[in-house]
Design a protein around this ligand. Structure first.
Ligand code: SF4
Length: 452
C-alpha cells in the first residue's frame, strides 16, 4: 500500500468546489456507490453554509439507504495499558511514569465482558497497548475466553500490527473485525508523533490491513487520529486506503473510525497540533459517509453527547456507549489515571439509546453479519446495492426486543417499546414484517439471539 502524497496534496491545493461540480458530486453520491478522491477533496474544501447543509442532508440520506435508521452500539474493553511505544499524544506511552499500569488477567477480562453483557452489550472491542509481554497469545486467550464464558456474541480486536501468520491465528480465534489505525498518513508527521517503539515503522503499520486480509480477515477497521495533521490529507488518505483494499480484495474497510485527539494524562502533546473544529468534524463525517458508503462510520465517546446526536443525522452508523478506557474500569472502578484518554460522553448505554430514539433513530445490538458470513466483499456488495438495510432494520428490532425483555431493568421501557413499534411500522415488505412479528413472539416466549 502506497499513499500518493503528491497527488493528495495537489487535490487539496486545487479542489474544484464550484457550485456545479459540488451538486453533480452530491448527485453521484446519492447512488451510494462512493466517490473518488477528487470528488471527496472538493467536498472537504466546502465552506459555504448552504452547500454544507446540502452535504449533511445527502450524507443522512445515504446512510439511511445503506443501513436504515439503525445505530449499532458496542463497548470497548481495555485489556492492558502497558506499552513500549512513545506516541506523543497517548496516555499509555512508555515514558509516562504517572499512569498506573495494569494488564487484566484472562479471568478479569471475562468479568469485564460479563459486566458489559449485563448492561445489554453483545459486541465488544478488545483494545490493548503494544507490549510483547501481553502480545498476541494473550489477546487470543482473551478473545476465546470471552466467547467461551460470556454471552457476548462478537469480539472485535483493536491491536498493534503483527505479521500475517499471527493475524491468521488471531482470525482463527474467532475475532470479528481487526482494527489498527494509521493515526496519520503523513509520513513526516508520523515520524514526529512516534519517536520510538515498534510503532515507529510507518510502512509496517500501513501494510497491516493488507496482511490482515491475506490472513483471512474479511472485515478490517481503519481510521485517522484527527488533529495530528491536516484533516484533509488524512481523510483523503483514509479514503485512498479503503479504495486500495476494495481494488485488491473486493471489500472496502468494514469500519472507518474518526477519533479526534483528546487530552490524555501526561501525554507529551497536550493540544492537538491541527485541532479539528466541530464544524469541520461534521463535514468529515459526511464526506466519509458519501465516499465510502459501505463502511460503518464509528463515533466514540471522545465526542460530547450533543455532537454525537447531530452526527447520527449526517452519516454515523456505529457508536460506543458507557465506555471506560481504563483496564478493569467496568468492574473495579479503578483510578482515572489508568485511562488512555479522557472521554466526553459519560452517559450509560440506555441513556444514549434513549437519546438515539429521541433523534428518530433505532438503537441496535445486532451482531449478525459476522456470524452468518455476510462479510468482506459480500458485505460491500450488499451495502452498496442497498440490500443490507432490510437486515439492519429487522435485526435492530429483534435485538431491541431482546434488550427490553432481558436486559432493561427499570425505566425507559415505553421509549424502547415505542421505538420497536415505529420501526416495525416502517418495514415495507409484508413478508419480512410477518417474519419479524413471528420472531418477536418467539423472543417473548423465551428465545434469544434471533436474526435474519
Ligand atoms: S445486519 Fe449486519 S450490517 Fe446490519 S446491523 Fe446487523 S451486523 Fe450490522
Amino acid at each position: 500500500m502506497k499513499i500518493d502524497t503528491g497527488y493528495i496534496e495537489a487535490l487539496i491545493k486545487n479542489p474544484d468546489a464550484s457550485h456545479g461540480n459540488v451538486s453533480s458530486i452530491l448527485d453521484k453520491a446519492s447512488l451510494g456507490k462512493g466517490l473518488n478522491l477528487q470528488e471527496a477533496a472538493a467536498l472537504l474544501s466546502m465552506t459555504d453554509e448552504g452547500a454544507l447543509a446540502a452535504l449533511y442532508k445527502k450524507a443522512g440520506e445515504v446512510k439511511e439507504r445503506v443501513f436504515g435508521k439503525r445505530i449499532v452500539f458496542f463497548a470497548p474493553l481495555y485489556l492492558s495499558n502497558y506499552c513500549t511505544n512513545g506516541c506523543v499524544y497517548c496516555g499509555f506511552r512508555s515514558a509516562n511514569g504517572s499512569v498506573a499500569r495494569k494488564a487484566l488477567t484472562v479471568q478479569e477480562v471475562v468479568r469485564e465482558a460479563r459486566a458489559l453483557e449485563e448492561k445489554g452489550f453483545k459486541r465488544v472491542l478488545l483494545v490493548t497497548g503494544e507490549d510483547p509481554r501481553w502480545g498476541l497469545d494473550y489477546i487470543i486467550s482473551c478473545v476465546r475466553a470471552v466467547y467461551d464464558d460470556t454471552g457476548i456474541r462478537i469480539v472485535h480486536v483493536n491491536a498493534p500490527p503483527v505479521d500475517t501468520e499471527d493475524l491468521r491465528k488471531l482470525k482463527a480465534s474467532g475475532a470479528g473485525v481487526y482494527q489498527s489505525f494509521q493515526e496519520t498518513y503523513h509520513r513526516p508527521t508520523y515520524e514526529k508523533m512516534h519517536p520510538w517503539g515498534r510503532k515507529k515503522d510507518f510502512d509496517y503499520r500501513l501494510d497491516c490491513m493488507d496482511r490482515a486480509m491475506e490472513a483471512g480477515f474479511e472485515d478490517v477497521g481503519i481510521g485517522p487520529l484527527l488533529g495530528l495533521y491536516d484533516y484533509k490529507f488524512d481523510c483523503l488518505s483514509t479514503i485512498a486506503h479503503s479504495i486500495h483494499l476494495y481494488e485488491r480484495f473486493g471489500a472496502h474497510a468494514h469500519t472507518i473510525s474518526i477519533p479526534r485527539l483528546r487530552p490524555a494524562e501526561d501525554a507529551a502533546a497536550g493540544e492537538a497540533p491541527y485541532a479539528v473544529s466541530d464544524e469541520d468534524f461534521k463535514k468529515i463525517a459526511a464526506v466519509f459517509r458519501l465516499s465510502v458508503p459501505a463502511a460503518g462510520l464509528v463515533i466514540t465517546t471522545r465526542e460530547p453527547a450533543p455532537l454525537r446526536s447531530v452526527l447520527m443525522h449526517i452519516g454515523a452508523s456505529q457508536m460506543s456507549a458507557g465506555s471506560r478506557t481504563d483496564p478493569g474500569g467496568y468492574t473495579g472502578g479503578e483510578k482515572e489515571t489508568l485511562e488512555q484518554f479522557s472521554t466526553n460522553d459519560h452517559r450509560t448505554l440506555i441513556e444514549v439509546m434513549r437519546s438515539t430514539i429521541h433523534e428518530g433513530f433505532l438503537p441496535s445490538l445486532c451482531t449478525t453479519c459476522y456470524r452468518v458470513g455476510r462479510t468482506g466483499a459480500e458485505f460491500t456488495e450488499k451495502t452498496s446495492s442497498g440490500q443490507m438495510e432490510k437486515f439492519c432494520q429487522a435485526n435492530a428490532i429483534l435485538t431491541l426486543k431482546e434488550f427490553l425483555f432481558y436486559s432493561l431493568k427499570n425505566g425507559s421501557r415505553e421509549a424502547v417499546q415505542g421505538a420497536i413499534e415505529r420501526a416495525l411500522a416502517d418495514v415495507k415488505d409484508p413478508a419480512m414484517k410477518k417474519a419479524i412479528i413471528e420472531k418477536l413472539g418467539e423472543i417473548e416466549a423465551g428465545k434469544r439471539d434471533l436474526y435474519f
